[in-house]
Design a binder for this molecule. Structure first.
Ligand code: TXA
Ligand code: MG
Length: 327
């Protein structure tokens, strides 16, 4: 579709797939209850899981939410970019966007195509990741198209997403900000920008009682999963010595620089990066899981990163959620 067709669709209760710098989004006007329903139906998303609304800047975020000093300071540093704020919502926001919560998630994307659309529609645009609920997020337009098959809505192809995992979600509704979803903007970076400590109650897989479904409804245990079972190991060494790896399985490795000996010769090896650079690993994570899935083998094997700091903690978080067999 052309940019003009996309603008027309969004202004007329319709939906389309748009690129962002994180992952592709399934977009609709945040004010169109009809279009919001189409998004939930196509994704098969439970109505209890609210959507992120994209705005051109912090000021227009103020049209739909009660922004505050924290959101202003952070937007000055990180917007446009992969940081989402949870803020009290204004009345104009339909309950269907927020799953009936009194808060709304807002972020300003940096992808030039999404920004052009925002500029031309002059509307806040809701966009969850463009994948069926609980499946892998698409970082290439082709992956979103394939995931929706014959029901795929019109799309704008903006190339491979630069960042490759979804935005950090930060709750700013209380005096002590807390991270609800780990992402590209790290806890340390947020703390540096605000000059205060920020809470993160740990991975819900390890500490299920700390984050509940009310605080961040989308942070369900199983998420971002390939169709093929993913076996996850706590270290690379553990993976390479595992006798769970069988003939024809897929093994995901951090970098093609590694000289390793797989326990079974007939496995397919996929690499997350050429250099081992954390940004490159992050960018290729969902893409590689998607490729591994397309090979339609019995099992995929991957290892967690030892350094649970910075962006790799978000990569580990996504790997844990994607693992259906073990972690
Ligand atoms: O990078 C991203 O954030 C991508 C791109 C397309 O912008 N979007 C994305 O949306 O990942 P989605 O719907 O897949 O994830 C939104 C997350 C969910 O975990 C949801 O529960 C949470 O944000 N969320 C949305 N509104 C919320 C609210 N009012 N309170 C708490 N969590 C909220
Ligand atoms: Mg998603």
């Amino acid at each position: 579709m052309s940019l003009a067709d996309c603008v027309y669709a969004l202004c007329n209760n319709d939906i389309c797939i748009l690129p962002t710098e994180t992952v592709y989004g399934l977009a609709c006007s945040a004010f169109s209850v009809e279009a919001i329903k189409k998004v939930y139906d196509l994704k098969g998303r439970p109505s209890t899981n609210p959507l992120i609304v994209h705005t051109i800047d912090h000021e227009s975020g103020g049209d739909i939410s009660f922004t505050n000093e924290y959101s202003k300071q952070l937007a000055d540093v990180f917007w446009p970019g992969p940081l989402t704020f949870i803020l009290p919502k204004k009345e104009s926001v339909p309950d269907q966007i927020t799953a009936g919560l009194g808060t709304v998630a807002i972020r300003s994307p940096s992808h030039p195509v999404f920004r052009k659309v925002l500029d031309q529609v002059s509307l806040p645009i809701a966009a969850p990741s463009a994948n069926p609920s609980n499946k892998l997020s698409p970082t290439k337009c082709q992956d979103a198209i394939a995931a929706f098959g014959k029901n795929c809505p019109p799309f704008l192809d903006g190339g491979q997403c630069d960042i490759g995992i979804e935005s950090t979600v930060l709750d700013l509704t209380s005096p002590s900000p807390s991270i609800l979803r780990l992402g590209p903007i790290t806890k340390e970076a947020i703390e540096n920008a605000l000059g205060i400590q920020v809470q993160y109650h740990g991975n819900i897989l390890n500490k299920p009682k700390k984050i509940n479904s009310y605080q961040s409804p989308g942070q369900a245990l199983k998420h971002y999963s390939p169709n093929t079972p993913l076996f996850l190991y706590s270290t690379l060494e553990q993976m390479l010595q595992s006798n769970e790896i069988k003939e024809n399985d897929v093994v995901i490795l951090p970098t093609s620089k590694l000289v390793i000996q797989l326990p079974v010769k007939s496995c397919s090896e996929l690499y997350l990066s050429l250099t081992g650079d954390p940004k490159e690993i992050t960018k290729n994570l969902f893409q590689t899981l998607n490729e591994a899935d397309k090979l339609k083998r019995k099992r995929i094997h991957a290892a967690l990163y030892q350094s649970d700091h910075g962006i790799l903690s978000a990569v580990n978080d996504r790997l844990r959620r994607a693992a259906t067999e073990r972690f």
